[in-house]
Design a protein around this ligand. Structure first.
Ligand code: HEM
Length: 276
C-alpha cells in the first residue's frame, strides 16, 4: 500500500514540527563537532532492541508524544521536581510512556563522545528512526539541530495527545492542530504496526463495538476480560507484531484494529478510501 511508503515521509515531517520556525535543521549539523553521533545512537538502540524488541515501539511513541506538545523539543524527557511539573505524568504518559532509560543511556554515551554538544531532542529523533529501521521499517535522514526545551507543559500533553476512544473527527482535528492533514494522520498511525497496548484501552472495543471482527475480539478477550487485567498487553498488529510493515492497514480493512481510534480510520468514513 502506498501509505506504508508514506509513513516514513510523514515521520520525517513529524520531526520537523518543532523547528520550522526556529532556524535551519540539517542532516550534517553535528558532522564536525560530533562525527560519531549516529554510530553511537544506532549501537545503543541496536542493543536495546536486541534485549527487548518492543523498545523500538516505545521509543517511537516517546518521539510522537514529544513532538505533539510544543514541538520535538525533548520536553517529554524532563523529570518532575518539587518546583517543576513536566509531561511524564500527564494522562497519556503516566504508567505508559516508556524507554526513558534507553534515551538516558544514549545521552551518557553521546556525552562521553562529544560533551555538551548534542541536544536530547535530536537524540530522541535519531533513536526513533533507528528503532523503526531495526525492526524492518524504512530508514530516513534525520534533520538535526533542535534545541532542548527548558519548559514542559503537562496541560498541553493532556490536551494535545489523542486518546484511544477518539472519533475520526477528533483525530483529524488534533492532527490538524499540529499542521498535519488527514492523510498524514493515517500514515503516522501506521506506527501501530509495532508495539503493545493495555487491555483498559481496548476492552470497550472488543466487548461492545460492532465494527470489529468477531474472532479477533474473541481472541483478545482471552487475555482482556470484562473486568480485571487492565494492564494485560496485546500487540497492535495481530499478524506481525514486531515487524514494521503495512499489516496494520490490512488489519483495519479486516476490522482487526486494536483501538477504537485505530478502527476509526476504516469505518465507513472519509479515511476509508486511503486504505481500500
Ligand atoms: C492516532 C492517534 C493515536 C492514538 C489515539 C494512540 C494511542 C495509543 C495508545 C492508547 C497506546 C497504548 C498505551 C498503553 O497501553 O499504555 C499507544 C501505543 C503506541 N503508539 Fe499510539 N496512538 C496514536 C498515534 C500514534 C502515532 C502517530 C505514533 C507514532 C508515530 C504512535 C506510536 C505508538 C506506538 C509505537 C505504541 C506502542 C508503544 C509500546 O509498545 O511501548 N501512536 N498509542
Amino acid at each position: 500500500m502506498a501509505l506504508f511508503s508514506n509513513t516514513f515521509l510523514v515521520l520525517s515531517i513529524l520531526s520537523l514540527l518543532a523547528c520550522a520556525a526556529n532556524g535551519q535543521l540539517s542532516p550534517t549539523f553535528y558532522s564536525r563537532n560530533c562525527p560519531n553521533l549516529q554510530t553511537v545512537v544506532r549501537s545503543v538502540m541496536a542493543q536495546a532492541v536486541q534485549k527487548e524488541t518492543r523498545m523500538a515501539a516505545s521509543i517511537l511513541r516517546l518521539f510522537f508524544h514529544d513532538c505533539f506538545v510544543n514541538g520535538c523539543d525533548g520536553s517529554i524527557l524532563l523529570d518532575d521536581t518539587p518546583t517543576f511539573t513536566g509531561e511524564k505524568n500527564a494522562g497519556p504518559n503516566a504508567n505508559s510512556a516508556r524507554g526513558f532509560e534507553v534515551i538516558d543511556a544514549i545521552k551518557t554515551q553521546v556525552e562521553a563522545a562529544c560533551k555538551a554538544t548534542v541536544s536530547c531532542a535530536d537524540i530522541l529523533a535519531l533513536a526513533a528512526r533507528d528503532g523503526v529501521s531495526l525492526v524492518g521499517g524504512p530508514n530516513w535522514n534525520v534533520l538535526l539541530g533542535r534545541r532542548d526545551a527548558r519548559m514542559a507543559s503537562q496541560s498541553a500533553a493532556n490536551s494535545n495527545l489523542p486518546g484511544p476512544g477518539s472519533s475520526l473527527s477528533t483525530l483529524i482535528s488534533m492532527f490538524a492542530a499540529q499542521g498535519l492533514n488527514a492523510r498524514d494522520m493515517t500514515a503516522l498511525s501506521g506506527a501501530h504496526t509495532i508495539g503493545r497496548a493495555r487491555c483498559q484501552f481496548f476492552r470497550n472495543r472488543i466487548f461492545n463495538e460492532a465494527n470489529v471482527n468477531a474472532s479477533f475480539a474473541a481472541l483478545r478477550k482471552q487475555t482482556c476480560p470484562a473486568s480485571g487485567g487492565d494492564n494485560n498487553l496485546a500487540p497492535f498488529d495481530i499478524q506481525t507484531p514486531d515487524q514494521f510493515d503495512n499489516a496494520y492497514y490490512q488489519n483495519l480493512v479486516n476490522r482487526k484494529g486494536l483501538l477504537h481510534s485505530d478502527q476509526e480510520l476504516f469505518n465507513g468514513g472519509s479515511q476509508d478510501a486511503l486504505l481500500s
